[in-house]
Design a binder for this molecule. Structure first.
Ligand code: SF4
Ligand code: SF4
Ligand code: SF4
Length: 314
């Protein structure tokens, strides 16, 4: 029996829902797993039931799973405590693996964010930045492995439940787990002609497709709709109980947004994506706000930083 502790840091909650989405397979795993800490399911106070303790209290566990990156000092403290208490630590989801969508904020200085949110937004009454009884924000959003050592990565926004099962099963059997270095394009059933006779479209413009018929769908990039499949790790379409392996967004007739992150940790998706677009005849320099577009989920690990004001729009 392996004990498991799960924590959520700077998250939206989607990754926790993905854990519950494991469904019946979770029942198969439960005889071998004992969840000892999981705030989304179990009431467990950090400082004792009535706040009587002075030390953050997370139980020892064989496996720790953390969703969410790190945006404030409390999350940093919890991540450090999880690292101390857990034998193997898993980064769950793109926020934990790379900073995720919240790390788009890394394109701005902290003070600019405060000014925008509390004083520069048309829908908000201008006020001071709140500070009482709140943990201070960190200077930027950090991916989990920028703060503590991570043993295993399960990317995705949210993760694919089938991959959580595969990773946990491997751990329980003492086997290694990692996702293969393949791209989303490698699993994509769309038709490719290796050239585009379209110009770039706005991201929300419709693609040409026949509902239910992937076979007749032409590659989104070739249709002029930016798809990050060439620079994104595959795995999102892995089925839980057999069946076809079609990338999740393509299955919904949408282009890949890059949530599984780079195919290799040392890759530069922005440069690689510009080459992929140029190779089919599209002018990548015309992509609006391409720094954010090509780094949408991976702004942690110092991939996104504030630019001088003059360089903000590319
Ligand atoms: S990776 Fe996506 S689903 Fe998971 S917490 Fe972050 S934003 Fe939510
Ligand atoms: S670019 Fe997108 S649509 Fe084209 S093959 Fe790759 S994943 Fe499929
Ligand atoms: S197609 Fe791309 S954005 Fe969509 S789930 Fe898969 S990796 Fe994520």
């Amino acid at each position: 029996m392996a004990t498991v502790a799960e924590e959520w840091l700077n998250i939206c909650g989607g990754c926790e829902v993905a854990i519950l989405d494991i469904g019946e397979k979770l029942l198969d795993l439960l005889p071998s797993l004992q969840f000892v800490h999981m705030p989304v399911l179990m009431d467990h106070k950090y400082y004792g039931q009535i706040g009587e303790k002075t030390e953050l209290e997370i139980p020892q566990a064989d496996v720790g799973m953390i969703s969410g990156g790190i945006r404030n000092e409390k999350e940093k403290h919890v991540a450090e405590e999880m690292r101390k208490k857990c034998g193997t630590l898993i980064a769950l989801g793109s926020c934990a693996c790379f900073g995720g969508i919240p790390a788009l904020a890394n394109m701005y200085e902290l003070q600019e964010l405060y000014d925008k949110v509390y004083r520069g937004s048309k829908s908000t009454e201008s006020n001071n930045t709140p500070s009482v009884d709140l943990p201070p924000l960190t200077d930027r959003v950090y991916a989990l492995d920028e703060v503590v050592k991570v043993d295993l990565y399960i990317p995705g926004c949210p993760m694919n439940p089938a991959i959580i099962v595969e990773a946990l099963t491997a751990l329980l059997n003492g086997k290694p787990f990692s996702l293969p270095e393949r791209s989303v394009c490698d699993d994509c059933p769309t038709k490719r002609e290796e050239k585009s006779n379209f110009s770039l479209k706005r991201p929300l413009q419709d693609a040409d497709f026949t509902p239910g018929d992937y076979g007749s769908l032409r590659c989104f990039n070739e249709q002029g709709i930016i798809c990050l499949g060439p620079v994104t790790k595959s795995g999102c379409g892995k089925p839980m109980n057999g069946g076809e392996n079609v990338p999740r967004c393509v299955k919904g007739f949408m282009p890949c947004r890059g949530c599984f992150g780079p195919i290799r940790s040392d890759a530069n998706p922005m440069v690689d994506m510009m080459s992929a677009l140029s190779a089919i005849g599209l002018d990548a320099k015309l992509v609006e706000d391409r720094r954010a577009m090509f780094n949408r989920y991976i702004g942690g690990q110092k991939r996104l930083r504030p630019l001088p004001t003059a360089g903000r729009r590319e």
